[in-house]
Write a protein that binds this ligand. Sequence first.
Ligand SMILES: Nc1nc2c(c(=O)[nH]1)N[C@H]1C(S)=C(S)[C@@H](COP(=O)(O)O)O[C@H]1N2
Ligand SMILES: [Mo]
Length: 418
Amino acid sequence: MTLDPSLQREHETLTRRYLLQMGVALGALPWLARVGDGAEPAKDALATAIDKLEYLTPDATFGFVGRGDPLPYTHPEEKLREVGLLRETWQLEIISDPDSPAKIETPRLIETDNAVDWDELMQLAEKHAVKVLKVMTCNNGNKPLGMGLWEGVPLRELIWSTKPSGDLRRVFFYGYHNDDPKQRFQSSLPIGRVLEDPPGESPVLVCYKLNGEYLSGKRGGPVRMLIPEAYGYKSVKWLQKVVLTNAPYANDTYANGNNDVDSWMKTMARFVSHPDKLKAGESLAMTGVAQVGSGGLRKVQYWLHPADAKWPEDDPNFLKAEWIDAELLAPPTAWGGGLPEGKLPTGVTHIDPATGRPVQWPLRYTIAHWAAVVRDVKPGKYALRCRTIDANGVAQPMPRPFPKSGRCSIDKVEIIVS
Ligand SMILES: Nc1nc2c(c(=O)[nH]1)N[C@H]1C(S)=C(S)[C@@H](COP(=O)(O)O)O[C@H]1N2
Ligand SMILES: [Mo]
């Protein structure tokens, strides 16, 4: 698996430290070899690597998923201004659903000149801004798109401004899509999730910053939704309309693609780096990334076995295999992502204000890096797999194995030792 470039760089830095400690030959992985290439001794390489450590994905290298022809953020500036996709012209309408009305006293409408605008959002931000670490992953993608520090205002602050009094069961949100209904992208949540956060969960956000900078157009700016525990399709970009409804069902665009739109992020492991070929006697060094879903993460494991070995059909998830624990790597000390000096700002959720360190590790809805080394592998053709064990002790791909609720199959690669 190849990660987005900055995730890859950060991953290499973290894992290199572990592998150097383990005494793995610098040629064992291509990027280890890169570090050892020059006259640089391993120790200095380690120090350099730690200096370069980067956990967050810069906006420029984030993976993109979005529809639109043209893509909304590619409009010329004049058009962006006209359609409200610049901070100074952005407006958000909050209305009651005409088809299934919610009781609200004060709809927020452009027509009546009381839509939410940037200044109001920034005023709310002074009091209510929330900063949250969250990995963006497409429900249909095999690997994360990027790891972000997102900032926004809880959506409920804006909903309360309409003075709702009942018949309100769900919230629909819509992005700008060239005024073409066929291009529209929408998603939804139950009102309860928007109004209240289960302990340990972050609020549903109206988001305007990534990694300390205002959202770029590509990332959904000026304002997008950000649902911390959800796959990417809930986090509607180019947000312009919120509809409060008494309808009891999801109306998500992603439902049309046979996706399960009530599925929270899953825990899973992916390989990032491993050799395809090895000489007998060399160490097999592997690294990877784990996505920490709603079930948390206890550990990552790998399983190396002869490629042609038959496996009993009644054990499709390899529960009886000899899985071995990999090393889960420590949280970063420099966070990368373009943050000044790699430092997190104050007030990030789940970061201890006294130490600047995460209150626990790994954090749910983020990523963690892992690595492992196998010594002295005998010649042969091997299959190598990795999996997560979640905080409930459940092994990947369980407890929610179906692909349309988020990809989580067990990753597998092949390695030849000669
Ligand atoms: N308006 C709009 N928002 C959208 C989409 C879209 O097509 N249009 N795609 C969604 C999907 S499916 C994903 S996975 C995420 C990806 O976010 P990113 O491009 O910032 O990584 O955006 C979501 N928000
Ligand atoms: Mo997606």
